[in-house]
Design a protein around this ligand. Structure first.
Ligand SMILES: Cc1ncc(COP(=O)(O)O)c(C=O)c1O
Length: 382
C-alpha cells in the first residue's frame, strides 16, 4: 500500500485525460511545430496554440502569443531574471523564496553586479508592506515573490504587492509553483507583470513542462536565454523578436504542452474552491492530531484556511529524517523532509538547518489515507 502525501514536490496521480492526451500526442499528433508544411503539422500547431490560449485564459492574461513554454518554473525564472536584469539593477525578493529564485539572484549579483534586497517575512511568511513601500520609493526595477511558500503553504499578499509595484513603477514577477491550480490567479486583477509556472505540481500536468506569461511591455526588454532555430524568419541570423519564438528556440515538448493543456482543461471542469476546502479539511484533521502531541511544533499560519493545504512540522523528541523514513518504510507514506530547496524560508521560520517534515495532500487524497497517516504518526511519535 502506498499513500502519496508529497504533492508539494510533484502531484500524483494525474487526471486520466492527461495520460490519454500524452499517449495521443505520441501516436496521433504528427510533426514539429513550424518545421514542415503537411496538414498534420497544422494540427500540432493548432493544438499548441490552443494550449497557449487555455493557459492565458486560466490566468486572466493576454496576448496569447506571450505565453512561452519552458521545461519547468526554474527555467522560466532563469529566463526572465537573466534576460531582464543588468548591472546596478535593484531587485527585491523575499524571505520565503525557493532556491529557484534565490540562486539565480545570487549568481547575477556575483556575475553581473545586480543589487538584490532581501526582505524578511513574518512567521506567517508575509512581507511587511510598509517596509516594501519604503524600498520601492527609492526606485526598484523588479519585485520577485512566491505566491505561496512551498515549506509552510503560507500565502503572500500578492494583490497588495501588485498594487504597490504599479504605484512605484516597478515590475512584479510571481513564482506560482505552489499556488497555480490551487487558488485562482488573475494576472490583470492582481497586477502581475510576469507569472512563472511549472506544470507538474497542482496544475496536475506532466513533468518537464513549464511556462512564463510575460506582459508585452516587459518581454520587449528581455534577452533570450537560448538562441537557435524557431522555424520562423530563418533567413536572418538574428534571433526573431516575434513572440513566442523569441524565447522558444529548438523543438518543443509537444507531449508535455498538450498534457498540460489537458490538465488545465480538467481543472476548468472542476470547482477549485471545493477542492481547496476539501484538502484544508484533511489538513485540519492532521493538524488537530499534531497539536495534541506536546513535542510537535507546526510552522506557518495556525489557521489552516489561511494557508495552502500543507502541513509542516518538526519535533524536539525525535529526529525528523527518521520519522519520514519510518513513515515511508513501514507504512508506505510519502512525505518530504529537510529544507525543501528553500533555506531562506527555513531561516524565516527558525527551522534552519534541519528543516521540517512536509505533508501535502491533493484533490485525490482520501480521508481514510489521512486517518491511516494519523495512526502511523501516533505510533512513530510514541
Ligand atoms: C515555490 C517553488 N518555486 C520553484 C520550484 C521549482 O520547481 P521546478 O523544479 O518544477 O522548476 C518549486 C518546487 O518545489 C517551488 O515549490
Amino acid at each position: 500500500m502506498s499513500i502519496y502525501l508529497d504533492n508539494g514536490a510533484t502531484s500524483y496521480p494525474k487526471p486520466k485525460s492527461v495520460e490519454d492526451t500524452i499517449i495521443r500526442s505520441m501516436t496521433q499528433v504528427i510533426g514539429n511545430v513550424g518545421r514542415t508544411s503537411s496538414t498534420e503539422v497544422h494540427t500540432v500547431e493548432r493544438e499548441v496554440y490552443n494550449t497557449r490560449a487555455i493557459i492565458a485564459r486560466f490566468f486572466g492574461f493576454d496576448p496569447i502569443d506571450h505565453v512561452v513554454f519552458t521545461k519547468n518554473i526554474t527555467e522560466s525564472i532563469n529566463l526572465f531574471l537573466n534576460g531582464y536584469l543588468a548591472f546596478g539593477d535593484r531587485v527585491i525578493y523575499t524571505g520565503i523564496e525557493h532556491n529557484a529564485v534565490a540562486r539565480p539572484i545570487e549568481h547575477l549579483k556575483q556575475s553581473r553586479g545586480i543589487e538584490p534586497i532581501l526582505l524578511g517575512c513574518n512567521p506567517f511568511g508575509q512581507l511587511d508592506l510598509s517596509e516594501l513601500e519604503a524600498h520601492l520609493r527609492k526606485g526598484v526595477k523588479l519585485v520577485v515573490a512566491s505566491h505561496a511558500s512551498n515549506v509552510s503553504g503560507d500565502i503572500q499578499q500578492i494583490a497588495e504587492i501588485g498594487k504597490l509595484c504599479k504605484t512605484y513603477d516597478s515590475i512584479f514577477m510571481v513564482d506560482a509553483a505552489q499556488s497555480a491550480g490551487v487558488i485562482p490567479i488573475n494576472m490583470k486583477a492582481l497586477q502581475i507583470d510576469v507569472l512563472c509556472l511549472t506544470g507538474h505540481k497542482s496544475l496536475l500536468g506532466p513533468q518537464g513542462i513549464g511556462a512564463i506569461l510575460i506582459e508585452p511591455k516587459v518581454s520587449k526588454d528581455v534577452k533570450p536565454l537560448i538562441f537557435g532555430g524557431t522555424g520562423s524568419l530563418s533567413e536572418s541570423l538574428a534571433q526573431p523578436e516575434l513572440m513566442p519564438d523569441k524565447f522558444e528556440s529548438g523543438t518543443q515538448n509537444i507531449s508535455g504542452i498538450l498534457g498540460l493543456g489537458a490538465a488545465i482543461t480538467w481543472l476548468n471542469q472542476t470547482d477549485l474552491e471545493e477542492h481547496l476546502n476539501y484538502e484544508r479539511r484533511l489538513i485540519e484533521k492532521l493538524q488537530a492530531f499534531l497539536d495534541s502531541q506536546a513535542s510537535c511544533v507546526r510552522i506557518g499560519n495556525p489557521d489552516a484556511y489561511k494557508r495552502l493545504p500543507v502541513l509542516s512540522f518538526y519535533t524536539k523528541a525525535k529526529d525528523i529524517s527518521w520519522i519520514a523514513y519510518e513513515l515511508g518504510k513501514n507504512y508506505g507514506i510519502h512525505t518530504r523532509v529537510g529544507l525543501h530547496c528553500a533555506p531562506l524560508a527555513h531561516q524565516t521560520y527558525g527551522t534552519y538547518p534541519y528543516g521540517t517534515i512536509r505533508i501535502s495532500p491533493s484533490k485525490f487524497t482520501t480521508e481514510e489515507e489521512i486517518d491511516l497517516t494519523i495512526e502511523a504518526l501516533s505510533t512513530i511519535l510514541r
